[in-house]
Design a protein around this ligand. Structure first.
Ligand code: 3HC
Length: 302
């Protein structure tokens, strides 16, 4: 029997491509009102424009009635602070991959939000267990009732880009996460129209522990001159039926994101197979971040 997710109001922190996509599927598919916050007004404007474009496209293709699209759009509200999210039943954090930032944010979630709200992170590789340890109230221990209850509400909900299209959500349990939190988070992802897989809380979880060495090997092939950029990508598009080659995919994900995930994998395992390629590091140094910056392995003018 499926568990009710019980989410009547959702908060999304971060209006980048992931946060916007999560807000979009939550409002459209799960039909849940969403409050979204980002400290960058530019990011918010871009995110809302993307939502409007996606809804208009679905209406023009006959996938959605105009009224349904409007209802979904009306469910999304921008708020200017975390305080304005104090009544949410679940928050999904989708900010940049930085452990200190995430731990600081989760501490303020625990202090600001309702004590029964689920605290979810869309991190692609950072330890959910470490994030959960940040929410223990001051003066309480991890073993105290308050400490266990607080950390038990933290869970990993890893969406894939582009969120409206990709069918998967990876569910990650910290060692502190309660079964109730896991069941409700899974039910919510399913209500968003996603299939759910579960992973242990290991660096990169299942998805990025497998994807990132693949992308890194492709970059090393390019670095060594084993093949050209186009032939590396064509090999996977035409030889293995991947929708994008690994270099295209790296640009799509963001080279800074790929590097930060690879660094988490490398430091978290000390396994040399995860060591980021020098070329990737140099490209990030140069601010060649892929599609979002207009240049990565390819150039983009949109
Ligand atoms: N946002 C929303 N929808 C999008 C989109 C976006 N950014 N880009 C494309 N779409 C939609 C299109 O509107 C179209 O929808 P429709 O069928 O209703 O018209 C559909 O996707 C197909 O788009 P296109 O025909 O324009 O292009 P493609 O067929 O080439 O598909 C793609 C584009 C879906 C991005 C495809 O190339 C793909 O699947 N690429 C691989 C993506 C992937 O592997 N993502 C996972 C990255 S790893 C990750 O996110 C984890 C993180 O931790 C790193």
């Amino acid at each position: 029997m499926s568990v009710a997710h019980g989410i009547k109001l959702l908060g999304v922190l971060g209006a980048g491509q992931m946060g916007t996509g999560i807000a979009f599927v939550s409002a459209l598919r799960a039909k849940v009102p969403v409050l979204i916050h980002d400290r960058s007004q530019e990011q918010i404007t871009k995110g809302l424009a993307l939502m409007d474009k996606l809804l208009a496209k679905d209406v023009s293709k006959g996938k959605l009635q105009a009224a349904e699209a409007q209802e979904a759009r009306d469910r999304v509200r921008i708020v200017d602070s975390l305080d304005a999210m104090r009544d949410v039943d679940m928050i999904i954090e989708a900010v940049t991959e930085n452990m200190d930032l995430k731990r600081t944010l989760f501490k303020s979630f625990a202090e600001t939000l309702r004590p029964d709200a689920i605290l979810a992170t869309n991190t692609s590789s950072i330890s959910i267990t470490k994030i959960a340890a940040a929410v223990i109230p001051s003066g309480k221990t991890a073993a105290s009732k308050e400490g266990k209850e607080a950390a038990g509400r933290v869970v990993g909900l890893h969406f894939f880009n582009p969120v409206p299209v990709m069918k998967l959500v990876e569910l990650i349990s910290a060692i502190q996460t309660t079964p109730d939190t896991l069941d409700r988070a899974r039910a919510f992802a399913e209500a968003c129209g996603k299939e759910v897989t579960t992973s242990q809380d290991v660096p990169g979880f299942v998805s990025n522990a497998l994807l990132m060495p693949f992308i890194n090997e492709a970059i090393m092939c390019l670095e060594k001159g084993t093949a050209t950029r186009d032939d590396i990508d064509k090999t996977f598009r035409l030889g293995m039926n991947h929708p994008m080659g690994p270099l295209q995919l790296a640009d799509f994900i963001g080279l800074d994101t790929c590097l930060s995930i690879q660094q988490t994998l490398y430091t978290g395992t000390s396994d040399s197979k995860y060591r980021p390629s020098v070329l990737l590091e140099r490209m990030v140094d140069a601010q060649w971040l892929g599609r979002k910056s207009g240049k990565g392995f390819y150039e983009y003018d949109d």
